[in-house]
Design a protein around this ligand. Structure first.
Ligand SMILES: *Cc1c(COP(=O)(O)O)cnc(C)c1O
Length: 383
């Protein structure tokens, strides 16, 4: 097997990430936002994204200029009525962010604050809803990238259906990797991103919205640029975006959708990430490292490792030594201090992972860490 880098620079953050060269090449041309090619690409993206989540009949795919968070705020402002109340399930950094977005958007919010583990249970959700009958909507992260936990979206959606409460999902990190059936789960909105499992360039927010709710939301959004109904309605009628679209980013995503289909869709893509994740996790475990999470709750798009106990270790030095090698690693988030994170999404295959692993070991020894390490913090318990 050939070894060595396939990329000059590896961006191993939880998105944006290492984008394939062909996808960069799709951006090398200027396109007219009103031209047939751009309009066709926009349609193709919408159609493909709805198709892979079984939303073609029931949902609309709204594209918005901005990062994924713009879509979350737009969703809250467009879909939650003035007299609504949002339950935010928080068990990590991105849950905290959902709460902050809701508060900034002046949405009445109730927070269900939970630890990283155990995972939220049906009893947790039911108790929160029982305690606050005013709740009309629930939002949670599917993949909590702050720690790498995969949350039980199906269970929460089921509780929502039973009680007539609308469920919104931040699937920003997971969409395109973890399959989600928006029709069967009857989801109100799903927030997604081009620059995570879809492996494309950043610059777009994408919201999959239940069509009947979107139509009912006409005129509700207090913001001009974040109005999902207006954005969708205008695009339906004219084919155009309301304001200048990120034409290069759209071209990249149209290409990325084709690559996603060619790989076989979300299932095979996640399997590739799982192989990447196993190479990395098994390799570092052999060097004495421990993961923050037990394997059964960890989504294989990012691996979170406990810092080594070696006094020579600092994330800053490790990061710098890795960057010298053309590899960017990521620190832990406030909800999981004392960890570092390695994204395994993007244009990464076994050869890349072997290269990255070897470079990590070299970098650690370079900063004075003795391998195998004497120890690191324990993996968290599931229960
Ligand atoms: C990356 C990410 C986001 C959004 O990030 P943007 O910077 O707005 O693109 C939101 N939620 C989760 C879980 C994420 O991983």
């Amino acid at each position: 097997m050939t070894t060595g880098p396939r990329h000059e620079y590896y961006l191993l953050t939880p998105g944006p990430l290492t984008v394939p060269r062909e996808t960069h090449e799709a951006m090398l041309r200027d396109r007219n936002p009103g031209g047939a090619e751009h309009i066709g690409m926009t349609r193709d993206i919408q159609d493909y994204l709805l198709q892979i989540c079984n939303g073609t009949e029931t949902h609309a795919c709204v594209l918005l200029q901005g990062s994924a968070t713009y879509g979350v705020e737009a969703g809250f402002q467009t879909l939650i009525p003035k007299d609504g109340r949002l339950l935010v399930i928080v068990n990590g950094f991105y849950g905290v962010r959902l709460r902050e977005i809701a508060e900034a958007a002046r949405v009445d919010t109730t927070v269900l604050q939970l630890p990283t583990l155990p995972l939220p249970t049906r009893a947790d959700i039911e108790a929160a809803l029982d305690a606050d009958p005013a709740i009309t909507h629930i939002v949670l992260c599917q993949a909590e990238t702050g720690t790498g936990v995969l949350n039980p979206v199906e269970m929460v959606a089921e509780v929502g259906r039973e009680r007539g409460i609308k469920v919104m999902v931040d699937a920003v990190a997971s969409f395109g990797g973890v399959a989600i059936d928006v029709a069967a789960l009857d989801l109100e909105a799903v927030f997604i991103s081009p620059n995570k499992c879809l492996e494309s360039a950043p610059g777009l927010a994408i919201v999959l919205v239940k069509k009947s709710s979107l139509i009912a939301a006409e005129g509700r959004c207090p913001s001009a640029v974040l109005d999902l109904h207006h954005q969708w309605d205008f695009m339906q009628k004219t084919g155009n975006w309301r304001w200048t679209p990120p034409t290069h980013v759209v071209a990249a995503l149209a290409h990325s959708c084709k690559r996603h289909a060619a790989e076989g869709g979300s299932g095979p893509r996640l399997e590739r990430y799982r192989r990447n994740w196993s190479i990395l996790v098994n390799g570092l475990r052999q060097k004495g490292f421990t993961t923050l999470l037990p394997d059964d709750v960890a989504i294989p798009i990012i691996a979170t490792f406990n810092d080594p106990a070696d006094p020579a270790y600092s994330f800053k030095d490790f990061h710098a030594a890795m960057l010298n090698r053309g590899i960017e690693v990521f620190p832990g988030r406030l909800t999981s201090e004392g960890t570092f994170r390695i994204g395994v999404m993007g244009d990464l295959y076994e050869q890349d992972m072997q290269h990255i692993l070897a470079q990590m070991c070299e970098a650690l020894e370079e900063i004075g860490v003795t391998l195998p390490i004497g120890g690191s913090a324990k993996t968290m318990e599931t229960a």
